[in-house]
Design a protein around this ligand. Structure first.
Ligand code: ARG
Length: 589
């Protein structure tokens, strides 16, 4: 077992001896300021608080039952009841050596994996994927990779928007103004054109709107022709989605679009009506506040001029059509019946936060028992801004298409790579540029705290200095180049005797050890930025090690091998870390 896991498990046992009823799953250790130690636990303070115990006394009692002397120096109780642990150097050395032998890479599969469904990306049919889709797609992909790495059973589902009122307009456009040649050339652009024209016509002309509605009614009632045309639009969109996902290296276990849930929507609404969770209002059906929450926290209420008024979640429109919420309720029901997940995670724009708040509350009222068994989580994120402080757009004010953005990333990276490494053959420069360009876009999106808006900046994300993908990729390639200088690269480090004498070696070694804890923190809080920052620090610590501790020119063979082993471990953690963020690496840059 890895040292932090050993400490954690012994600490949990000690806590149970003192507080037999405590939920020890929250008793965790985390890396801390080296001034205090290597790991810290603050769990005892909250346990003491809820039980009205003196936290320092609780800490003293727990420590008396705690024997971690195999891996740690004497445990210290600090401040209001923190426990500080300092790893024994012998334990650090042992853990690194087993990693060199390939027994682990500083993380372990969880002993109690969960079944987790991640709903992410979820673009809409007949619309091009735009820059905003990088957020849900990239964050969702990094999270699913992290959760899988830790051993969870993950099901990824792309809940594409393939149903809804827009298809009335699209069908009308297809039947009246379709340009076949354009459809062949760029299907999504043509569908977008149809939609824009018909939408504008409908705004201006009620008769046109009525025609679009008729097309929608025909589609919804199963008209053969309209269903076939709709199917064609979905097929064409999926081709475009697939192209982008292939480029981004993103895969889904299933793609069950909104249309998949159609057969159940009527039942959902009648069930909600029977159970008096929903009621009719002005011809529509909606779910209203049940008064169980204070108004400020109640998503079914909004404040207008100091007054709380109803803001229901509609589940059936006055024309009989169903809503986004209805589909999402049917979706939860289906997922629970199909996979019995412990968690369903929605990686969706924060602007949809009111929708998810309502959805989760309605589900809890609708299926009280089932709701207790599943954790529903909205993993929200902010917007991408231009440097003018407004949502990121092209110069002409259009949304930035994701495919074109990725092209530009590769082109810009190609220029940089060609300047830096003009000696490499063109094909290789192109391949490096692909890795660097895509990596830069993904990394820049994963790095900020996901809920904050961030400013899209080519110069910043492609810089070779600073917290960027190119910097990390370069650090990785530099380590790889050390090994290329060896006569027999595989001959060293089979069975190293690590010698962690210099302070830079110790600091690097300890940071390597924190890889697993970092992955756990990412998985717990759904925050890939923790991993970005960890990798950035790793590269920095590697640099100071490399500047202060000669590797190839080390004073003797043993030191050289020990340092080579540190280089190798750093490269492996960088590579695995970047891969977990969905970023490829290049051996040369
Ligand atoms: N298609 C939706 C949109 O583009 C996102 C769907 C998110 N997932 C969900 N189950 N609601 O806004």
């Amino acid at each position: 077992m890895l040292p932090h896991k050993q400490i954690e498990s012994k600490l949990q046992t000690a806590v149970r001896e003192i507080l037999p009823d405590a939920d020890t799953s929250v008793v965790l250790v985390r890396p801390c300021d080296p001034k205090f130690g290597d790991y810290q636990s603050n769990a005892l303070m909250s346990l003491a608080k809820t039980r009205k115990l003196n936290p320092r006394q609780l800490a003293t009692d727990v420590v008396a039952k705690l024997d971690v002397s195999e891996v740690c120096e004497k445990v210290e109780i600090a401040g209001a009841g923190f426990l500080n642990f300092r790893l024994k150097n012998s334990e650090l050395k042992k853990t690194l050596e087993s990693a060199v032998r390939g027994e682990h890479l500083f993380f372990e599969k969880l002993s109690q994996p969960k079944t987790i469904i991640i709903d992410f990306s979820s673009p809409n049919v007949a619309k091009p994927m735009h820059v905003g889709h990088i957020r849900s797609t990239g964050i969702g992909d990094a999270l699913q990779r992290t959760l899988r790495l830790l051993g969870h059973h993950v099901i990824t589902d792309n809940h594409i928007g393939d149903w809804g009122t827009q298809f009335g307009k699209l069908l009308l456009g297809w039947k009246t103004i379709l340009n076949r040649a354009e459809l062949e050339r760029d299907a999504i652009a043509e569908l977008e054109r149809l939609y824009k024209i018909i939408n504008a016509e409908c705004d201006a002309n009620p008769a046109r709107l009525e025609q679009a509605k008729q097309e929608l009614v025909k589609l919804q009632s199963g008209d053969h022709d309209n269903l076939a045309l709709w199917g064609e639009m979905v097929r064409l969109s999926n081709i475009q989605f697939r192209e982008i996902y292939n480029r981004l290296g993103v895969k889904f276990d299933c793609t069950l679009g909104e249309s998949f849930y159609n057969p159940w929507l009527g039942e959902v609404v009648s069930d909600l009506l029977t159970k008096k969770i929903a009621r009719e209002s002005e011809g529509a059906v909606g779910v209203f506040s049940d008064g169980s929450l204070p108004p400020k926290e109640d998503p079914f209420l909004v404040n207008r001029d100091g007054e709380w008024i109803a803001d229901p979640a509609l589940v059936r429109k006055s024309d009989g059509g169903f809503n986004y919420t209805t589909t999402d309720l049917a979706t939860i029901d289906y997922r629970l019946k199909t996979w019995s997940p412990d968690e369903i995670v929605y990686v969706v724009d924060d602007r949809q936060s009111p929708h998810f708040k309502k959805l989760f509350l309605i589900f809890a009222r609708w299926q009280t028992d089932a709701a207790k068994k599943v954790k529903l989580v909205h993993v929200g994120f902010g917007k991408i801004m231009g440097d003018d402080g407004k949502p990121f757009k092209t110069r002409s004010g259009d949304t930035v298409k994701l495919g074109e953005l990725l092209d530009e990333a590769e082109e810009r990276a190609y220029k940089i790579v060609s300047e830096k490494s003009s000696e490499l053959p063109e094909a290789q420069r192109k391949e490096i540029a692909r890795v660097v360009g895509l990596g830069a876009v993904k990394y820049a999106d994963l790095l900020p705290n996901r809920q904050s808006d961030y400013i899209f900046s080519w110069d910043k994300m492609l810089a070779l200095q600073g917290n960027t993908a190119p910097y990390l990729l370069y650090a990785y390639a530099r380590i790889k180049s050390i090994f290329r200088k060896l006569e027999n690269p595989e001959s060293r480090i089979q069975n190293p005797d690590l010698n962690l004498a210099a302070p830079e070696e110790l600091t690097l070694a300890k940071h390597l050890l924190n890889f697993g804890i970092t992955l756990e923190a990412v998985a717990e809080e759904f925050r890939p930025n923790y991993l970005c920052n960890y990798l950035f620090e790793l590269a920095g610590k590697f640099t100071s090690f490399y500047e202060n501790c000669p590797v190839l020119k080390a004073e003797d063979e043993a030191t050289r091998n020990s340092r080579l082993a540190l280089c190798d471990l750093t490269a492996r953690v960088l590579q695995q870390g970047l891969a977990t963020l969905g970023i490829e690496t290049a051996e040369k840059m």
